[in-house]
Write a protein that binds this ligand. Structure first.
Ligand code: TXA
Ligand code: MG
Length: 339
């Protein structure tokens, strides 16, 4: 199949493909999504097929107006309503009790559904034009970093999907925050653009493994979190603490002496600390927004550079740093050294 790249002025063509039950990749304010009619089982099955996504990993349903959520869920707790009013459209996905309209394939058989309203003009226009909600995971091959540019989607899914709607680089660069609103207090399942601190200004939120929860839950609360994600081909090692530079230099030695490629993701101002390594610049020191935006692009770069090993300097785990460290740990497959 030929994969067409469509421009925002061709939204109607993208909408027409979706109406025919095809899948189309489209930009959101977080990362590119691979969308299909959320009410059409066969269309949604094509998403799993194109991505090579495990069937037990449910999808987020994207809506174009806040009022659409009512048709998809059984109930909306008042505190969830408050969050919608404050953060939609935006990078916040709410897990709610599923209504009858959503087919089982979307939610992987769970009795809950994840819903969000994206804050991107192209996504909103597309949703308006189709009239139906779009089920959409990130538009990458399963296990690869999420796409933040149309070219990333193309690199992963060329020949497997009919079209990519190119809206340029996405804004946030990390996926939405996922919040389970079916438990009390609400539980953060995946940190993202809307931070834990921001959520907690409005509602109580639990995060992390709470005591008393069975260790091996039968159905993981956010099934997607158990899979390896965002992984480059290189061996990735996350290094935190004030001794990071010295540690990274020490660990690089054996690779360098064998002539193997060694990369380091570091803040621009710290690049001078690594004269012998390939620098993947994280942006101006401490600028978490800039780092989030370039994170997945850098992980893809690491592959293109054919690095043997990639060291990443960790960041503080507050605000957007919580989402960034969550993704970095996945990329590193939990290989982490604290200094
Ligand atoms: O920013 C985003 O959220 C992007 C854009 C395209 O919207 N989408 C995205 O989708 O990241 P995906 O499929 O890559 O990640 C969705 C996450 C997975 O971890 C999945 O397990 C979880 O949301 N999820 C979906 N439905 C769920 C449900 N009913 N209960 C718990 N977790 C759910
Ligand atoms: Mg994903």
């Amino acid at each position: 199949m030929e994969t067409r790249i469509l421009l925002p002025k061709q939204i109607e063509e993208a909408a027409a493909l979706l109406k025919q039950g095809e899948v189309v990749a489209f930009p959101t304010e977080t990362v590119y999504g691979l969308g299909a009619n959320a009410l059409d089982t066969r269309a949604v099955e094509a998403i799993f097929q194109a991505k090579g996504r495990p069937q037990d990993n449910p999808l987020i349903v994207h809506i174009g107006a806040q009022s659409q959520v009512q048709e998809l869920v059984r109930e909306i707790p008042p505190a969830a309503k408050l969050l919608m009013e404050r953060f939609w459209p935006g990078p916040l996905t709410l897990v709610l009790k599923k209504g009858g309209l959503i087919p089982a394939v979307v939610t992987a058989g769970l009795d809950t559904v994840a819903v969000r309203m994206p804050d991107h003009p192209v996504a909103l226009e597309l949703l308006k034009s189709t009239g139906f909600p779009l089920a959409a995971p990130s538009a990458n091959i399963s296990g690869r970093p999420s796409p933040t540019r149309a070219e990333h989607v193309f690199a992963d899914l060329k020949g497997k999907i009919p079209a990519v709607l190119d809206g340029g680089e996405t804004g946030w660069g990390v996926e939405s925050t996922v919040l389970d609103c079916t438990v009390s207090p609400f539980r953060l399942l995946r940190p993202g653009g809307v931070t834990l601190e921001e959520l907690r200004t409005l509602v109580p939120v639990q995060y992390g493994t709470s005591a008393g929860e069975p260790a091996g839950e039968q159905i993981p609360r956010s099934p997607g979190m158990k899979y390896r994600h965002y992984a480059p081909e290189a061996l990735v090692i996350l290094v935190t603490g004030s001794g990071a530079a010295a540690k990274i230099q020490e660990l690089s030695e054996p690779y360098l002496s064998r002539g193997e490629g060694v990369g380091v993701m570091t803040w621009n101002e710290r690049a001078y600390l690594y004269p012998d390594l390939t620098i993947l610049p994280m942006g101006p020191l401490g600028d978490l927004e800039a780092l989030a935006r370039s994170l997945y692009h850098l992980l893809r770069e690491a592959d293109l550079l054919g690095l043997k090993v990639l060291f990443i300097e960790g960041v503080a785990e507050d605000k957007l740093g919580l989402a960034i460290m969550n993704r970095l740990r996945k990329a590193a497959n939990n290989r982490e050294i604290s200094t």
